[in-house]
Structures are given as C-alpha cells and as structure tokens.
Design a protein around this ligand. Structure first.
Ligand code: SF4
Length: 236
C-alpha cells in the first residue's frame, strides 16, 4: 500500500479528507483548523503568500507554533518579504521559507531572461510548484487562504479535500468566506495586511505577474493580466 509522505498511509489520508470535507462544509474556520491541527499535528502547515495573515493567525490559535511555509520565488515585491518577517515576529508561528533550486540569475542564464513573459507556466513550475512540493514532503496536510469568491476558477473550492496528485490533505478553512467577512475579521482582530492591498493589488504574487485590480473586477484579475494563465499551479 502507498504511504503518504512518511506519515499516515495515503488511503487513510484520503478517507480522512473525504469524511472531513463532508462533515466540516458548514463549520467555522477555527473548527476546521482545529480538526487539521489535532489530526495531523506537526505534519500540518499553512502555505501563505503573505498577502495578509488571516489564515496564519487562525492557524496559530489552533496550533501554536504552526509552520507557515512561504515560497520565496526571487520575484517578490519588497513589501511581501517585509510581510513575511512581520508575520514571523507578530504571530505564534514558525515561518519556513522555501526557495527554488535555482536563483533568478541562474534561470536567466540557463533559459534566457524574463521567462515569466515567454513561458510563465515553466517559470511557475520552477519557482513555485517544485519548491512547494519539496517543502510539502514534510507534511501530510496543508492549509491555504483560497476562497470561492476570489474568481470563477475557485468557486467550487472544498473546505477539506484530498489532493490525489500530491497525496495530501488540502485544507481551505476560509473557502466559504466572502471578501466582506475577510475585511471584518481583519478589522476586528487587527490582522496584518500587506501594504500592497491598500495600493490596489488585491491578490499578490510575483511583481512581474501582478497588477492592480480595476474597480469591481474579481480579486485575481490582476494576476497574469493579458494572459490565459489564471493559476500558478500550487492550488491546482
Ligand atoms: Fe514566474 Fe510570474 Fe510565476 Fe512568479 S508568478 S513564478 S514570476 S511566472
């Protein structure tokens, strides 16, 4: 039988994910995170792009000292690196920075400059997907801040799901939250938010592939604007 990643058996992980996905569909975010923390212990982490600290703060309450994995692609805004350091300083979390196997300079030299323009799929595969999957080797389950109202491609996001490709349990504790609920939670709890959000970047990724969002447009419309690409591959 196939194992997960050194933790539970894959079949057991899949059963847990399927059962929790049904049972926790209407549960509040903190209950979903408590379930994940109790079920997976140290083999549970949060993956954060450091746009805000909503999920990191919720997860820190469910599991003090929880690992928060950040993918440093080498193409981040300076504000994003500042957010990472602020989150590490303010919340009871352990920020883990994952980096690609090659630097931007090495990528430029091997494949030509500005691959993000010519072949963003390959650039994301090298700078996001591969380091994310390498980082997740240490966990059976990870949480994201993906929400159904962010874009049409995320409208069916489950609160807990089995990721068959990675053989891990993916937890989306705020999948059902609206932007209004996120804003209210941030205001009531004084949650850290990237200064880029106030500047109009409603979904934050690497600087070459992130633009400000037009009034009324969906939050992720500023990502890879003008290209058919809508996801980097870490949430698909
Ligand atoms: Fe490269 Fe853009 Fe993907 Fe970042 S978001 S890894 S710069 S293609």
């Amino acid at each position: 039988m196939t194992t997960g990643t050194g933790g539970m058996l894959a079949a057991e992980l899949e059963r847990l994910a399927t059962d929790a996905g049904r049972r926790l569909e209407d549960a509040p975010a903190d209950e979903i995170l408590r379930w994940a923390a109790q079920t997976f212990g140290d083999r549970f982490c949060v993956l954060s792009s450091m746009g805000d600290a909503v999920v990191a703060s919720l997860a820190a309450k469910a599991k003090p000292g929880v690992d928060v994995v950040f993918l440093d692609t080498g193409y981040h805004f300076a504000e994003t690196i500042g957010m990472r350091d602020a989150v590490a300083a303010v919340y009871d979390v352990n920020v883990v920075t994952a980096t690609p196997a090659i630097t931007v300079a090495e990528q430029d030299s091997a494949y030509g400059k500005d691959m993000f323009d010519r072949d963003p799929e390959r650039c994301c595969a090298i700078r996001k997907v591969a380091p994310m999957e390498a980082a997740l080797v240490h966990y059976d389950s990870w949480a994201t801040g993906v929400r159904r109202d962010e874009s049409p491609t995320r409208a069916n996001t489950p609160v807990v799901a089995w990721d068959a490709r990675r053989r891990k349990v993916k937890v989306n504790p705020i999948a059902r939250w609206t932007q209004g609920q996120v804003d209210a939670y941030i205001a009531e709890n004084h949650i850290l938010v990237s200064p880029l959000i106030d500047d109009g970047y409603l979904s934050i990724g690497c600087w070459p592939c992130t633009e400000k969002v037009a009034l009324g447009a969906d939050a992720r419309s500023g990502r890879w604007a003008g290209k058919s690409k809508t996801e980097c591959g870490i949430n698909t």
